[in-house]
Design a protein around this ligand. Structure first.
Ligand SMILES: [Zn+2]
Length: 72
């Protein structure tokens, strides 16, 4: 019986370890999609935000989505 319990304990520890590792690597995954405005260096979270930003702040500058294409 003691052996079975030990196995259970180590499985639990493994799960906790995995959860910790997942938490540690999460911030890197979050910042994969960030766009910086070429005109004023403002940071946008998405292409849609950037387009809206262009219309609001740089209406005289043509918005070219290709300039901000994400390389994966
Ligand atoms: Zn801008």
């Amino acid at each position: 019986m003691a052996r079975g319990k030990q196995k259970e304990e180590s499985q639990k520890k493994n799960l906790e370890k995995k959860a910790k590792e997942a938490k540690a690597s999460a911030p890197r995954a979050v910042q994969k999609f960030k766009l910086t405005c070429n005109v004023c260096k403002a940071t946008m979270n998405s292409m849609g935000d950037l387009k809206t930003h262009y219309e609001a702040k740089h209406s005289k500058v043509a918005f070219n989505e290709a300039d901000y294409a994400q390389t994966e």
